[in-house]
Design a protein around this ligand. Structure first.
Ligand SMILES: *Cc1c(COP(=O)(O)O)cnc(C)c1O
Length: 235
């Protein structure tokens, strides 16, 4: 076993999630997504063995070989930026968290139509307005929500956001509240939008307090990644 403490760490995170749900009062179900980027297929298998059935990868070219190497029926999530010319890869994932541009939406829609089944996606919202992050600003979202309704090749299942890396508690709460409000905008426009993917190793408890239905946790489960490979989802 490459990650001998994994079961305990999963139990710890699940316990903290439950406590955060109780504090936040949103009474939501929370899916724990184990982020296995930079780690091998063993990390995925051991996560499965520890009862975590959802796995997140941020790069298609890293994820596909792992998918081929893992036989457990893991639910694969794409959490990093997807290039438009790789839109077909969306089909390999149960959910693309990183729908971050109108052009990518069009490309995924076209693929979804071609295969006769829509792709499930989350709209990435850049709540804090960081220049280094992809996604729509909250003010752009209403217009895009209307436009996305015309794209039958995808289904907007909710919102994904990332908080600024160095954010303090107050900014974290503001960011995650903003993402929840963005989800409300999508719902008001008629999208299913039940999911709120937010929270990583350093901020998932606050995200859950603010209503996260999916948290993406890597470091806390598997340990640190080498900086060059870390990527933070934007590569
Ligand atoms: C790497 C990554 C995570 C996990 O980050 P940790 O701090 O290791 O928990 C979550 N979301 C995205 C988009 C990522 O790229």
């Amino acid at each position: 076993m490459q990650f001998p403490e994994l079961s305990e760490r999963v139990a710890e995170v699940r316990g903290r999630i439950a406590a955060a749900v109780a504090r936040g009062g949103h009474a939501q179900q929370v899916t724990l997504i184990a982020v296995t980027k930079t780690f091998g297929a063993d990390a995925v298998r051991e996560a499965w063995g520890a009862g975590v059935h959802d796995v997140g990868e941020n790069r298609v070219q890293e994820a596909l070989p792992k998918m081929a190497a893992v036989t457990d029926p893991v639910r694969w999530h794409l959490i990093g930026h997807l290039q438009r010319n790789k839109a077909k890869a969306a089909e390999s994932f149960v959910l693309v968290h990183s729908l971050d541009s109108a052009r990518l939406a069009d490309a995924i829609h076209e693929r979804g139509q071609a295969r006769g089944r829509p792709a499930d996606v989350l709209v990435q919202v850049n709540v804090a307005g960081e220049a280094t992050k992809f996604g729509w600003s909250p003010s752009e979202l209403e217009a895009e929500a209307e436009r996305l309704k015309g794209l039958g090749g995808l289904r907007v299942q909710g919102v994904m956001t990332m908080a600024p890396l160095d954010a303090g508690e107050a900014l974290l709460h503001r960011t995650f509240t903003g993402a929840r409000q963005a989800r409300d905008v999508l719902r008001a426009a008629g999208h299913p939008a039940a999911e709120l993917s937010m929270g990583m190793s350093n901020d998932y408890e606050i995200a859950v307090e603010e209503g996260a239905t999916m948290v993406r946790v890597g470091t806390l489960l598997f340990g640190g990644r080498t900086p060059a490979a870390a990527g933070h989802g934007d590569a």
